[in-house]
Design a binder for this molecule. Sequence first.
Ligand SMILES: Nc1ncnc2c1ncn2[C@@H]1O[C@H](COP(=O)(O)OP(=O)(O)OP(=O)(O)O)[C@@H](O)[C@H]1O
Ligand SMILES: [Mg+2]
Length: 348
Amino acid sequence: MAQNILEINDLSRQFKIGGMIFGKKLTAVDQVSISLAGDKPQIMSIVGESGCGKTTMAKMILQLLEPTSGNIVIDGVPLSHYAKRKNRKEFYKMVQPIFQNPFTSFSSRKRVDSYLYETAINLDIAKTRKEAKAVVSEVLASVGIEIDHVIGKYPNQFSGGELQRISIARALIPKPKLIVADEPVAMIDASLRMNIVNLFKKLKDEYNVNFIYITHDLSTAYYVSDYIATMYRGNLIEFGYAKKVLNEPAHPYTELLLDSIPRVGRKWDQDVAPPVMESKEYEMEGCKFAGRCIYAKEICHTTKPDMIHLNQQHKVLCFKHNDYKPENHIRVYEKLDRSSSDEFKITM
Ligand SMILES: Nc1ncnc2c1ncn2[C@@H]1O[C@H](COP(=O)(O)OP(=O)(O)OP(=O)(O)O)[C@@H](O)[C@H]1O
Ligand SMILES: [Mg+2]
């Protein structure tokens, strides 16, 4: 069996908020563990409402932020290896970012083509400008753009959608094993979003590259993801095969999110996020979702739930599954606001 492409082990990140004296610690990412198999390229979406810790996770994977505790291993190599200055280039050949705003990914005063050539040369993918042009031409073609359309132009001469496709092409130059895309279509015209997200699906096999796709938008995640990780207030609350998680959500929060997406492009947090993010919610004693959960019992308010492994590829942070045994494929749950005969089915 191939080694995991990504291992996130008990990863946490705290921030100090408020003043020096009365300041508090906010746990933006709270003991998250995820393993992503490396036998074939995968797209893992990280989903959850605003402030749940998605960008903090992305920044730690991209080494833009130090974890407070825990560690990350990419294709068998701990990130601490790449923290040394001499290994930075090796890291950028392995892991590439795509950011939300393509206009800030490129310098406005630099021609886009020279930016791409420099990436190829600086990362030792090409020795000369001529070699670089061949590489750049190939990656641009993969995202549906001809190099002649790009030559000599500055970022403001492209549409947001085009420039985002060019930044995807730039990320492909070193043929990385992992691309981390944080809300890559949030600033793109809604009608073009699916085209860009679908590119990930095509490029995954063409370049043998894994994607971490971070989004609010469950509808785009649905179509491209192999795996889904749902986060809530810094916790990973559900992880599993995308179709399984989305068709049979095991966590009440995932269930709530799914109920809130009747149409493509709708953002969850317009419907389900509470209006104010309270830092104290990050410090609650029991399950952080208990206050909003239709299944919550006393224990949920007082005790932190453990991660329950429903099977090798599906885990959930919820008391509802505490006595789950794989051999009992059907469980009956008491729902607070539904009839007690209401069955909740889990199939393996
Ligand atoms: N540098 C920082 N200092 C203090 N708090 C921070 C910092 N960065 C993030 N946070 C807090 O950590 C929490 C998680 O933030 P993060 O940006 O990771 O969320 P997110 O899921 O990416 O949200 P969004 O969907 O709005 O992008 C938030 O409460 C945020 O205010
Ligand atoms: Mg974010």
